[in-house]
Design a protein. Structure first.
Length: 565
């Protein structure tokens, strides 16, 4: 009997244990433990879904007071990026429910609960907090003022305008602190001293460096006595002292270097002819020295920024003439290849003088076979020493007084001969606007400027070409002839085709204090703008081909100067 009772008792305990296990398993997966609260909200006995719904409804953002610069704002924490995290609180509540000891589970099955409280965590969107704090404190404090650096033309040196520190609210630091501790209800944002990005001390250093660089600078050709000196102001024009340091002026420096290079270059000169009264006399050529342009420019850039350097020796290479006097062709054996013509009626005495000088200088120039004709090389240089005088030139968007006005009459006439001969164009630059001296053959012209703007065409005739110029000042007529061996080709140049035109702008009036009151003087003349082209058809053994030469003339306004009052 005792054995039977023991068996029955054991079976009962087994059934009870199984029931407890099933009950506890059901409670751990389906319901939260009785007595659980999350931030004061009772969730015991609820399913996780029911508890989350109740927590979402009960989660309320607290009020937060923001203090900065003696002002205060109280606002809902949600406006500062605050958000409750019911999911994290629920996860903690579920963990507590699942980890209850057996005795507590038995108590819960018996209808007894154990009270437990879980806090409701929160998090802060730091970027949202920073944006809200920035809006709130926008009018508080003072931004730092950057210093500045500028060139004073009267003092001829760089000067510094000092900056000043500011006092600003560090909203980023405040937002980070709030994100690290979302339960804060008072946010204090102190004003912090902020230094300007460009300190006065650093700017003074750049100004001192820039001022030290403003000095006369001698440029010399290696292996030669040829030299030129840039004035202090010419050097100052090549760079800027800025808030970020010394910067070379790339809009000015290349052209300034080219001008200096032209002044000291001593290129080889080929033998040529000069007209001596009634015959052509051979003039022997000479070897020369020319800048190694790429290396010289790099040397120039490097030494320019070193204030201690006052003289720069630029690398050069020897050059040899293309023709010796013995290699010059016999003028009597040459035949006429092409002719260019132009007229210069109405030119001033100065312009006429420059036409005559340029015509004389290129007369007798010989272009070796296969080499390029260079107008500036044939001419020499546009200097008073070479015989040129002041005259009107086109420069900087104006017709102004300058040395050599009228030289382009000769370059244009030479271009017409070279182009009619069929020579390939290497370099040709148009004038900025239509020039009356080159009419009616509009667009059939070439501008030159010393230095930098040349007329170059390749002698592809297979034999040397000689340039002969006939100037008839009484008729205001200029003729350029090419003599050599006439190539077996036919060249036809068409008149210009105008594709579009633009009217001239309204006149511009400028007060000139140097003129007497009431005086009016016209210094520039109106011209319409044009887009046009001319064509050149060449027929030779290779076939027939047509080339197109484009020209775009700007509309040009008349300019009048009036006397000051």
């Amino acid at each position: 009997m005792k054995a039977a009772k023991a068996a029955v008792g054991g079976a009962a305990l087994l059934v009870l244990g199984s029931a407890l296990a099933v009950g506890m398993a059901a409670q751990s997966s389906d319901r939260l433990a009785p007595g659980l609260e999350v931030a004061g909200v009772a969730v015991g006995g609820l399913t996780p879904a029911e508890a989350e719904q109740r927590l979402q409804a009960a989660a309320q953002p607290p009020k937060v007071t923001v203090q900065a610069g003696g002002r205060s704002w109280t606002l809902n924490a949600a406006e500062l990026g605050w958000k409750a995290n019911p999911a994290a609180a629920l996860a903690k509540a579920q963990q507590l429910s699942n980890e209850r000891p057996l005795t507590e589970r038995l108590q819960n099955l018996a209808g007894q609960s154990v009270e437990r409280t879980v806090e409701m965590p929160a998090f802060v969107d730091q970027s949202a907090a920073a944006a809200a704090l920035k809006r709130l404190t926008a009018g508080i404090g003072q931004q730092p003022v950057n210093g500045d650096i500028s060139f004073d033309p009267e003092l001829r040196r760089y000067v510094v305008k000092p900056g000043a520190p500011g006092k600003v609210v560090d909203v980023q630091a405040a937002a980070a602190a709030y994100a690290a501790q979302p339960d804060q209800t008072v946010l204090k944002l102190p004003l912090t001293v902020t230094q300007p990005q460009y300190s006065t001390e650093k700017l003074k250093g750049y100004a001192e460096q820039g001022n030290a660089m403003i000095r006369p600078l001698k440029l010399q050709l290696a292996g030669s006595d040829a030299a030129t000196t840039l004035s202090a102001m010419q050097v100052a024009n090549l760079f800027w002292a800025t808030r970020d340091g010394i910067k070379l002026d790339e809009d000015v420096l290349p052209a300034a270097f080219e001008a200096a290079a032209a002044a000291i270059n001593d290129p080889a000169r080929s033998a040529r002819y000069r007209w001596k009264g009634d015959h052509w006399a051979a003039e022997e050529g000479k070897s020369g020295l020319e800048l190694e342009k790429a290396q010289a420019l790099e040397t120039f850039r490097t030494q320019l920024v070193n204030p201690e350097v006052t003289a720069i020796t630029l690398p050069a290479k020897p050059t040899q003439p293309g023709l010796s006097a013995a290699e010059l062709p016999d003028p009597a054996s040459m035949e006429l290849v092409a002719v260019g013509r132009s007229t210069y009626y109405g030119s001033s005495p100065e312009r006429r003088e420059n036409v005559a000088v340029a015509a004389r200088l290129i007369n007798g120039y010989v272009v070796p076979a296969g080499k390029d004709f260079s107008f500036l090389e044939a001419l020499g240089s546009i200097t008073p020493e070479n015989g040129f005088v002041g005259g009107l030139i086109i420069s900087g968007g104006r017709t102004v007084d300058g040395l050599g006005g009228g030289v382009c009459q000769v370059s244009t006439t030479a271009f017409r001969a070279l182009y009619t001969a069929g020579l390939p164009v290497v370099e040709r630059t148009q004038h900025s606007y239509r020039v009356k001296y080159y009419e009616p053959e509009v667009g059939f012209e070439a501008a030159v400027y010393d230095p930098g703007v040349d007329l170059k065409m390749n002698n592809d005739t297979g034999a040397p070409l000689m340039v002969r110029v006939r100037n008839e000042p009484g008729e205001s007529r200029l003729t350029v002839e090419l003599w050599g061996k006439k190539p077996n080709r036919e060249v036809k140049v068409s008149p210009a085709v105008i594709t579009s035109s633009t009217p001239a702008p309204a006149p511009k009036w400028v007060v000139n204090p140097a003129l007497a009151p009431g005086t009016v003087r016209q210094v520039d003349w109106a011209q319409g703008g044009y887009n046009l082209y001319i064509t050149r058809t060449i027929r030779d053994a290779a076939g027939t081909r047509t080339e197109r030469l484009e020209t775009q003339y700007k509309p040009w306004q008349a300019v009048f100067e009036t006397g000051g009052s």
